[in-house]
Design a protein around this ligand. Structure first.
Ligand code: SF4
Length: 176
């Protein structure tokens, strides 16, 4: 176990700062600001690296949350992002609007023991923003397309995710 983890006893739960209401009334920007770098590392280190990670069990995507928290705590952001996006087509969206309080964060073991959940959503957003800033988000490159296509009805999150998964398999998705 990395010495960087299991800090939930010493480090309290902190979310990114909320923007002042007078500013928020003037625009449609996000309610919360970004985590500062050290804060994301610190908050990730609160994870207790559970043998049975209830955060992951209750994630509809079964995201490998404990491992990317550990990578973030070690400052290995690119690897954390790669792992996060390997099971999630839209981590930038999920980090913002997923109902974490009822899923990963609501079932986090240290939340259940009264220490306050690991702020998983904010950390997911942080590493994904880092990935966009640093050019780690790449288009899917394929050598050749198969001579097959699939019609996708609707272009909401499920339709877009379907298109990306088909692309990885070299199949063209046509939105209807
Ligand atoms: S349930 Fe909480 S403490 Fe356990 S691995 Fe997941 S984030 Fe870490």
């Amino acid at each position: 176990m990395s010495e960087k983890m299991l800090k939930f006893v010493d480090i309290g739960q902190q979310n990114p700062p909320k923007r002042d209401i007078s500013n928020r009334k003037e625009d449609f920007d996000e309610i919360y600001q970004e985590f500062l770098k050290d804060r994301a590392v610190q908050q990730s280190s609160r994870c207790s690296q559970c043998g049975v990670p209830f955060c992951q069990v209750h994630c509809p995507l079964s995201n490998n949350i404990p491992d990317w928290l550990k990578l973030t705590a070690e400052g290995r952001y690119e690897e954390a992002y790669q792992l996060s996006q390997s099971t999630n087509n839209m981590p930038e969206v999920c980090g913002r609007i997923c109902p974490q309080d009822r899923l990963c964060e609501g079932n986090c073991v240290i939340e259940q023991s009264g220490h306050g959940t690991v702020t998983i959503g904010s950390i997911e957003k942080y590493i994904t923003e880092k990935a966009w800033e640093n050019g780690w988000v790449k288009p899917i490159e394929i050598n050749s397309e198969k001579n097959e296509s699939v019609g996708i009805i609707g272009s909401g999150p499920a339709g877009l995710a379907c298109g990306e998964q088909l692309r990885k398999k070299r199949i063209q998705g046509n939105y209807i």
